[in-house]
Design a protein around this ligand. Sequence first.
Ligand SMILES: [Zn+2]
Length: 156
Amino acid sequence: MAYNRAAKLRYQQKHRLSIARRKAVLYARHRRREIRKVQQHYTKHRGRILEQQAHWRRAVKRETLTHYGKNQTLRCCWRNCECSDLDMLTLDHVKNDGADHRREGFSGGAVACSWLKRHGYPKGYQTLCANHQLKKETTRKRREARRTHLWQRKSH
Ligand SMILES: [Zn+2]
């Protein structure tokens, strides 16, 4: 019988739960052996695994930052900024709630990019280069300090 990858994927999709259940039972029964197998596999193929992970991170980052980039291209959204270097581009929370998200375990790295992709790219994010990320934060802090200062002066 010819090996049919599509059919295999369909089967796995259809029986996802029962497969997971079977694997869980197997894992519980042979826990040590399963852990050792995974460790051995990792030790043997460490270089390739790390390379694949780096490749995946870069690909998912490129895809997400392109979606949130200027005109859906890999570019910083700041006015007149031409930065398109993937290494210098970052994901920005438009409403500055990045710190809250991070506290909830939302890193902003490839894992966050992957999460956004899985959830159909929700609104509220944009691609900014590291310079404009810094510029935005500095401006926000300055504005906040000024507001606090005015408020303190009024209350005395
Ligand atoms: Zn920029």
